[in-house]
Design a protein around this ligand. Structure first.
Ligand code: MUC
Length: 96
């Protein structure tokens, strides 16, 4: 199942910078693990914002929920999820 996920990261101005750097490093490691597994298929930075647009490929809504809420930066994110399905004109058979 494919989902578009929009993540906006909002860090309080007074949050400890060292703790935030540690969370960012943990987030990057988790992201790369999920990317290698094919679960976090794509990511783009939204120009001019601490935001991304991502495509996830998961088995269920519950799996996506658990993945997102387990991200190290999740406590600082606003997340919007949109379910996707294959476009009838797509050349990509794995767009399911
Ligand atoms: O940078 C972000 O948009 C937040 C998050 C998503 C992947 C990652 O490494 O960090």
């Amino acid at each position: 199942m494919l989902f578009k996920v929009e993540m906006d990261v909002r860090v309080p101005l007074d949050y400890d910078p060292a703790r935030f750097e540690a969370l960012k490093a943990a987030e990057k490691a988790r992201f790369q693990e999920l990317q290698r597994a094919g679960t976090w298929r794509h990511i783009w930075r939204v120009v001019g914002q601490y935001s991304n647009v991502s495509i996830f490929d998961v088995e269920s809504n519950a799996q996506l929920h658990d993945l997102l809420t387990g991200l190290p930066l999740y406590p600082f994110m606003e997340v919007k999820v949109t379910a996707l399905c294959r476009h009838p004109s797509s050349l990509h058979d794995d767009d399911r």
